[in-house]
Design a protein around this ligand. Structure first.
Ligand SMILES: C[S@@+](CC[C@H](N)C(=O)[O-])C[C@H]1O[C@@H](n2cnc3c(N)ncnc32)[C@H](O)[C@@H]1O
Length: 398
């Protein structure tokens, strides 16, 4: 496998935008991927892949259209230790290109990237725009240092800053474009990004909820506000300070299974529609901080688990093969299945809108969600603390 192979694959798939083809051909991804990377085994546990130990497999991963995990647990995990979470990665090349294309950047413009990671995306930007016009922020000092070294070795020198990207980087503002390669939680898009983008400029960021990861949002900045739509799918690691509590599913799943006070009921709403796809995207917009896991067994049995860590609330909806109804158990102060079912019904009443019918307006005082047009705002409960929204689903908006 080689860079030429990857370029040919993406080109054949129509995933190599013309404006980015030269940069993609000349910036070698291999120069940005560390010697040790991580891939999940069949049980979903990350296992190391070492360039020195398995050079062919490493090279084949580098030149595949796949994301590559480059850091676990903020760098704390030294194999063989138990890992909790992937905390940095080199994004899937086709997603990198899709985002760069959506950024609609023109020669002469300036870009701020949030989430330098390996430095690969910053190198593509620097190739197209020149080092002077690209600033990239990475919160993790070791990653920032590594990215600077990778960029230097590849012949690029954009400004790499080690800082919290949620504050932007006022030193280089205003920017024509801000691109985040770390996801923002609904209701918490950093307002600093709006302030630091030139009027008429764009902000592009993965955006989602604890429930559903996630969507790609593109906002156009006007004086002090930003408005735009969800333009597609994007599954990204969250900005560090916006992470969802990790590792509670097994415990809360056990709790709802064994609870002697759980409310039991049945539902004819298919749990997978509440938990996956477009339905889940919409449901998540109404259930701040609630997480969702799906478990399926080879014999056709599957279970949806909803849980809210702060209140120790959990709900399970279990489906056995050929059953027309699912069996629901709800434990804790929040009746999460009822909440999810209400949100699902609301989505059906709206005509099952796909995510691309939603849009956002960010102002100095609030973050508003709308359907189809900015005036059709939807009441929601984001941001999670100090919400400006209401707590029902069918009001006029705020
Ligand atoms: C998907 S990776 C970025 C991939 C990168 N653009 C590349 O080309 O390799 C997301 C990165 O965002 C970084 N990150 C998370 N929170 C951040 C924050 N608040 N400020 C800056 N970087 C952050 C993570 O440490 C991680 O390296």
């Amino acid at each position: 496998m080689s860079l030429e192979d990857l370029t040919a694959t993406l080109s054949a798939a129509g995933a190599l935008p013309e404006d980015w083809a030269a940069a993609f051909r000349e910036v070698d991804r291999a120069k940005f991927i560390p010697a040790r990377v991580w891939f999940d085994d069949e049980q979903g546990r990350p296992q190391p892949l070492d360039r020195d130990g398995e050079p062919d497999r490493w090279r084949s991963a580098v030149y595949s259209d796949e994301p590559i995990v480059t850091q676990l647990d903020d760098g704390a995990t030294v194999w063989p230790a138990r890992s909790n979470a992937a905390t940095s990665s080199a994004s899937q090349p086709s997603m990198v290109l899709l985002m760069l294309d959506a950024l609609d950047v023109q020669p002469g413009q300036t870009v701020l990237e949030i989430g330098t990671g390996t430095g690969y995306n910053a190198a593509l930007l620097a190739h197209r725009l020149g080092d002077q016009r690209v600033t990239s922020i990475e919160v993790d000092p070791a990653l920032a240092e590594g990215a600077r070294a990778n960029l230097k070795a590849a012949g690029y020198a954009p400004t790499v800053v080690c800082a919290d990207g949620a504050e932007g980087w006022p030193g280089g503002a205003p920017y024509d474009r801000i691109i985040s390669t770390a996801a923002v939680i609904a209701g918490s898009l950093p307002y600093a990004w709006v302030e630091q983008t030139r009027p008429g400029g764009l902000i592009l960021t993965p955006w989602g909820t604890a429930y559903h990861n996630g969507a790609l949002v593109r906002l156009c900045v006007h004086e002090g506000t930003a408005t735009g739509r969800v333009i597609g799918n994007a599954m990204f690691m969250r900005l560090r300070e916006q992470r969802t509590p990790f590792g509670h599913a097994a415990r809360l799943g056990e709790l709802v299974d064994t609870s002697t006070t759980a409310l039991e009921s049945t539902t004819d709403v298919p749990p997978h529609e509440v938990a996956t796809g477009e339905g889940a995207f919409s449901v998540g917009l109404h259930l701040p901080d609630v997480q969702c896991s799906v478990y399926s067994e080879a014999d056709g049995l599957y279970e949806v688990l909803l849980y809210h860590v702060a209140t120790e609330s959990a709900a399970s909806a279990q489906v056995t093969p050929h059953a027309t109804e699912a069996h629901v158990r709800q434990h804790g102060p929040r009746k999460l299945w009822d909440e999810a079912e209400n949100a699902y019904h609301w989505w059906v009443e709206q005509g099952t809108p796909p995510r691309t019918r939603y849009g956002l307006t960010i102002t100095p005082t609030g973050q508003h969600l709308w359907l189809d047009t900015p005036s059709n705002t939807i009441r929601w409960r984001y941001p999670i603390a100090g919400s400006a929204g209401g707590d029902d689903l069918d009001g006029e908006g705020d």
